[in-house]
Design a protein around this ligand. Structure first.
Ligand code: 1CP
Length: 341
């Protein structure tokens, strides 16, 4: 269902998955994390596969997403970093020499555990539930590499775009090539759709978005398109950027909760499916109200094929797992269509 919806084909009901579906809101994940730290979890194929499968045992989700992190391949390339709980880079990248010294990614050698986890998930996932592989979009990775830690403004990263634009472009190209190799290896290992997470491009004005962030994404998309695997681009706080996003040759655009899906679809045009976009906070609404908020999202998505239901950003760690169950069931129930004659 999920892969059909990515290709904008009619489906018997709207597929659902949840950004950060494997994570801290699940008691079984917290139990796993009490025994092993986050990095060990991502570096063990068995445990990463287990974390990926946990939400699928609990809920009738329509897709799995690999349990890993956007910084995992950079760690594999030898970038020194810890998680506390977000990524902290030991030596932030600020100079052209540091960019040139960044090693290239050889996925089989540097992150074999990710590829093994994909094979284990494919073997263990319920029938008909495809696996989404993912990577950070180049500009979002640049934000962490340049600033060294999570931030509201990512000011050092944004300053670099103006102070040393050529260095920024070189870094983006390096990251784009690494993520292209990484995602292609994930597809070869069995990932059935590939998603790029662009968490911080919403900080950019449209000119800088085009020159830097879009440059990186275009390069990845051009490298992956020949694989024939559906490509998803999620851009957080992306309302002002949608026209530029519409030019990207991706199958699906993930939309945050701030822009109604109808508005996003009008700008993106009929050639793209949309994914989203219930506010993660809506899962705290009283039952009847939650249904009402889900209906607003479904109505905004409209009757045309090509909608994948999701939250507008990652699920919050203090979300009630039962509210998640009610959300998934209600989307399936509300969108059930008669089988095509
Ligand atoms: O202690 C813990 O358990 C660590 C918390 C955690 C988890 C569960 C981190 C650190 N990463 C993850 C897993 C993760 N990260 C997944 C798993 C698959 C799933 O969705 O279930 C995914 C897809 C990511 C992707 C990710 N990591 C993004 C992009 C999506 C988004 O939320 O915008 C980003 C920006 C990160 C960086 C990161 N890693 C971890 C944290 C807490 C953060 C955010 C830091 C920040 O706010 O800047």
């Amino acid at each position: 269902m999920f892969l059909e919806a990515c290709r904008r084909r009619p489906v018997p009901y709207t597929p659902v998955w949840i950004m950060r579906q494997a994570g801290r809101y699940l008691p079984e994940y917290r139990e796993l994390r009490a025994k092993v730290d986050f990095v060990a979890l991502t570096r063990s194929a068995e445990l990463a596969a287990e974390a990926t499968l946990q939400p699928l045992r609990r809920y009738p989700l329509d897709a799995a997403i690999l349990f890993s992190d956007i910084m995992t391949p950079l760690q594999g390339m030898g970038v020194g970093l810890e998680f506390d709980p977000g990524p902290v880079v030991r030596e932030p990248i600020r100079t052209a020499a540091q960019v040139d010294a960044l090693p290239r990614l050889a996925p089989q050698r540097d992150v074999p555990f990710v590829l093994d986890a994909i094979r284990l998930v494919r073997a263990g996932a319920p029938r008909g539930v495809p696996l989404i592989g993912f990577a950070g979009a180049p500009f979002t990775l640049l934000c962490y590499l340049v600033c060294g830690r999570p931030s509201k403004e990512f000011s050092a990263a944004r300053a670099l775009l103006y102070a040393q634009p050529e260095t920024a472009e070189r870094l983006l190209d390096r990251l784009a090539d690494a993520m292209t190799a990484y995602l292609a290896a994930q597809a070869a290992a069995g990932a059935q759709a590939l998603m790029l997470f662009e968490s911080w491009a919403g900080l950019l004005g449209i000119r800088e978005y085009r020159r830097f962030a879009l440059r990186g994404v275009r390069r990845v998309v051009a490298g992956l398109r020949p694989l024939g695997v559906p490509l998803i681009y999620y851009v957080n706080q992306g309302s002002a950027l949608m026209e530029a996003v519409s030019e990207l040759d991706v199958d699906v655009v993930g939309v945050d909760w701030r822009s109604p899906l109808g508005a996003a679809r009008r700008v993106l045009g009929p050639g793209k499916a949309v994914q989203g976009n219930l506010d993660p906070a809506a899962l705290f609404a009283e039952r009847g109200e939650l249904k009402r908020h889900i209906e607003v999202v479904l109505d905004e998505a409209g009757p045309l094929p090509g909608h994948i239901f999701n939250l507008g950003h990652g699920i919050w760690p203090d979300t009630d797992p039962d509210a998640v169950a009610r959300m998934i069931d209600y989307v399936h129930e509300r969108t059930a269509r008669r089988p095509l004659a």
